[in-house]
Ligand binder design. Structure first.
Ligand SMILES: *Cc1c(COP(=O)(O)O)cnc(C)c1O
Length: 459
């Protein structure tokens, strides 16, 4: 008999989670104005809101916390992080920041000015927010296959080189401060970018004299997919693949709350000393001195250790197989999801799930609310609320895909939890025709509205 797959770790510490009744959940979500961000965590049984900062640190990472050096300047923890970044990612210069969006804030303060355009593959929401806040424009150049959920393209995060070249040709070089490549691409379903595409983008960028920034939150998951799906990399280690990936980047922003498996932290990597120096000014202004930038020494230690662990094949295999395990159960039951299953989450195609609901009634959000009521499972809308309004016209932007994302925290839940999530969602699927009405907005913030939006039920 072939031995079945099993996780490459065991559990040393546990944390209780709370069950609730359907009636309690109906009341709680109403009190939360139908915004799942506004629920208290003890009102949630299985929390798949995000995989950001929600992972379980290893025994080694916890040990590193005790070794943290809290000196204001020149702490050994800074050098631990510097060594990890240099040896794994190849960047000579880096700035620590308190999380990924802070890295974007510092870097974009250095690079982007009003009227600029920033091409990329389905920019992440905070990335787009930081671009638009500066009155610049994010231009999506993702391949069309990414938006067909049943298309089994192995690299749906890829940049369409024709679309990219069109942008590079249409604007003067001075208006294009950088190209942002997100690995893996969250907005299109945790979908990877191929090594070939990374090389092609870099080659084109070089021809036009434009620097390439990797938005790197899930770079290690991206490397895992390259190993599995790109013939030339089958025999390479994850660390070798990561090295080759970042050879195609001039800069990187990192949310360490993802693939560095820490609860808080981020950084910017630079190959060019002058850009690093320019960014240093903003880092000191917004984050902190250059050798801690919004992080404590202990957290820099845990982050450095997380970078080594997060780029191990066995860890990545355990993680990504769990997402696949959930995804396959849903596919077997006919639930429409983005395929192939992504690296950190299952993305449910809400438009296909609830085809009778008009898009104005917030289809993916409606599905997220129903899943919460069904089983106390918290997912997140990646749809109209997230897509926000056009900064110029203030009209709602209706995205090509209305998705419910079920993001799986790293090393946190067991496959029994995945079985529970699948059963809850399949129950909702079986009663989908009874979900006749959606929701409307009663309050929204001028930018990144999804975090604080308030809704009411349409009757
Ligand atoms: C999470 C994330 C960010 C923002 O990072 P935070 O740590 O949440 O501020 C940026 N880009 C991508 C791709 C992300 O996943």
């Amino acid at each position: 008999m072939n031995l079945p797959f099993a996780e490459s770790y065991k559990i040393k510490m546990v944390e209780p989670i709370k069950k609730s009744t359907r009636n309690q959940r109906i009341q709680w979500i109403k009190d939360a104005r139908y915004n799942l961000f506004k629920l208290n965590s003890d009102q949630v049984f299985i929390d798949l809101l995000t995989d950001s900062g929600t992972g379980a640190m290893s025994d080694r990472q916890w040990s590193e916390l005790m070794l943290g050096d809290e000196s204001y300047a020149g702490a050994s923890s800074y050098f631990k992080m510097k060594n990890a970044i240099k040896s794994i990612l190849g960047f000579d210069y880096f700035l620590p920041t308190h999380q990924g969006r802070a890295a974007e804030n510092v870097l974009f303060s250095t690079l982007i000015k009003e009227g600029d355009v920033v091409p990329g593959n389905s920019h992440f929401d905070t990335t787009k927010g930081h671009i638009e806040f500066r009155k610049a424009h994010a231009i999506d150049c993702t391949i069309d296959e990414a938006f067909e959920t049943t298309n089994l393209h192995p690299f749906k995060g890829n940049i369409d080189l024709n679309k990219l070249e069109q942008v590079l040709k249409s604007y003067p070089k001075e208006k294009i401060p950088c190209i942002v490549v997100t690995v893996t691409c969250n907005s299109s379903g945790g979908q990877p970018v191929s090594m070939q595409n990374l090389k092609d983008v870099k080659a084109m960028a070089t021809r036009y004299g434009i620097p390439v920034v990797f938005d790197s939150a899930r770079f290690a998951e991206n490397a895992y997919f390259i190993k599995l799906r790109e013939e030339a990399y089958k025999e390479k280690t994850i660390k070798e693949i990561v090295w080759d990936m970042f050879a195609n980047a001039d800069m990187m922003t990192m949310s360490s709350k993802k693939d560095a498996i820490v609860n808080m932290g981020g950084f910017i990597g630079f190959k060019n000393e002058e850009t690093f120096k320019n960014a240093t000014v903003f880092n000191i202004m917004f984050e902190g001195y250059i050798t801690y930038g919004g992080m404590s020494g202990r957290d820099m230690n845990a982050l450095a250790q997380g970078l080594y662990e997060g780029t191990e094949f066995d860890y990545l295999e355990s993680r990504i197989k769990q997402i696949e395990y959930l995804g396959q159960q849903l596919i077997a039951a006919g639930v429409p999801i983005q395929m192939p299953v992504g690296g950190h989450a299952v993305f449910v195609d809400a438009t296909k799930f609830l085809p009778h609901l008009p898009k104005e009634e917030l289809v993916a959000q409606t599905l997220a609310i129903e899943l919460y009521i069904e089983g106390g499972v918290r997912g997140v809308e990646i749809g109209t609320l997230l897509a926000d309004r056009d900064p110029d016209t203030r009209e709602n932007r209706y995205p090509t895909l209305e998705l419910l994302r079920l993001a799986i925290p790293r090393r946190v839940y067991t496959n029994n939890h995945m079985d529970y999530v699948a059963a809850a969602l399949i129950n909702v699927y079986n009663r989908r025709n009874d979900i006749r009405k959606g929701y409307r907005i009663t309050y929204e913030a001028p930018i990144m509205r999804h975090f604080t939006v308030e809704l009411e039920k349409i009757y």
